[in-house]
Design a protein around this ligand. Structure first.
Ligand code: UDP
Ligand code: MG
Length: 346
């Protein structure tokens, strides 16, 4: 196998979850763009535990085109993790991340590559408008990014999403960050490097519906805020302090009042109200702390980020890829080629 095949100029990573109908359409649009833009490329599908015919269709396109490869997870791990796995398995000198539903117009890759050749290490797509989303989702997105801009420790470029190109050195840095709660938009901004945005129009989804529901989005938002900000924890301190100061002055006032005016009728209602108020505050912040502790727990367990059930495509035809080892631990037990293998972000 030629070295060119092992290290193509560009890898295109496509996370897919139940995207059966989009596979052929995506390939039909993507391949001509890539052929016109770069000398060598690979398309790497990361099948995030699809339950429809996605993997069968990927197999079919791979049998017709040796530049396409795929890995499939043992179950659904979520898009963020699928992207991390894509970065782990991509061999290109630069890597493009793109959605499978054609919401990210493949033609923009030409502009990405042009900027990369000018010397930018990270070229991110900037959505011109979000009219493809529902108004409610737009509102949540907006609120989240406003919050993040105010309190997050890393500024995010406006309108930047996952659609982007990254140079090999950025990819290698990202792969070394082993966070479990993946908020990759934050990580991309956090690693820095010479970056630039390229505007693009978000298209309508080609087939199917969005794979995120509001519960997942909320979780994602909290992951983002908690991994890039300690504000929720600080809030507990400040509110606690404020309430203590208030309680202290109130106590003094009461003492003075009692000295001069004598005790009035025992204040049963105010007692109950204050007890409930303070228990509420305490429970709330226990919850906040619990969220952080839960995330710390997830990190210290050091489970692999994902489990690859199968890998198909030309890479297995005798090339010497990077050995897949679980991060910082002993090499994996020898596995037959078709047995599930475990890998993690190193
Ligand atoms: N996706 C994934 N795993 C998931 C959910 C989504 O790999 O658990 C993929 C999906 O197949 C698509 C991309 O992530 O290629 C974007 O998903 P979607 O279009 O549902 O998100 P949206 O465009 O609504 O943000
Ligand atoms: Mg989409």
């Amino acid at each position: 196998m030629s070295p060119q095949r092992n290290h193509p100029e560009l890898s295109v990573v496509v996370p897919v979850f139940n995207e059966g109908e989009n596979i052929e359409a995506l390939i039909a649009r993507l391949v001509p763009v890539l052929e016109a833009t770069v000398a060598t490329f690979e398309i790497l599908f990361v099948d995030d535990g699809s339950r429809d015919d996605t993997f069968a269709r990927i197999r079919r396109v791979i049998s017709q085109d040796s530049r396409i490869r795929a890995i499939t997870f043992s179950r659904n791990f979520g898009k963020e993790i699928a992207l991390a796995a894509g970065l782990d398995h991509a061999h290109g000198k630069a890597v493009v991340l793109i959605d499978a539903d054609l919401q990210h117009p493949p033609e923009t890759i030409t502009a990405f590559v042009a900027k990369w050749r000018e010397g930018y290490d990270m070229v991110y797509g900037q959505r011109v408008d979000r009219s493809a989303d529902t108004p409610l989702r737009r509102w949540f997105t907006r609120a989240f990014y406003d919050l993040f801009a105010k309190f997050g420790e890393t500024p995010l470029p406006p309108g930047a999403g996952d659609y982007r190109l990254m140079d090999r050195k950025v990819v290698d840095v990202l792969r070394r960050l082993g966070e479990r709660a993946r908020f990759s938009k934050g990580l991309y901004a956090w690693v820095g490097f010479k970056s630039i945005g390229v505007p693009f129009e978000v298209a309508e989804r080609a087939y199917g519906t969005s794979k995120w529901d509001y519960r997942q989005l909320t979780r994602f938002a909290f992951d983002g805020l908690s991994s890039f900000s300690t504000l929720p924890l600080k809030l507990a301190t400040y509110i606690g302090l404020g309430i203590s100061i208030f309680a202290f002055t109130y106590a003094i006032t009461m003492a003075v009042r009692t000295l001069f005016l004598g005790a009035d009728v025992p204040g049963f209602p105010s007692l109950i109200v204050s007890v409930m108020f303070f228990s509420g505050i305490q429970l709330m912040f226990l919850g906040v702390i619990g969220e952080y502790v839960g995330r710390i727990f997830a990190e210290v367990k050091r489970r692999p980020l994902y489990i690859v059930a199968e890998e198909i495509g030309s890479r297995h035809a005798g090339d010497v890829g990077r050995a897949e080892t679980v991060r910082g631990e002993a090499p994996p037990p020898p596995t037959g080629d078709d047995r599930p293998r475990v890998s993690a972000v190193p």
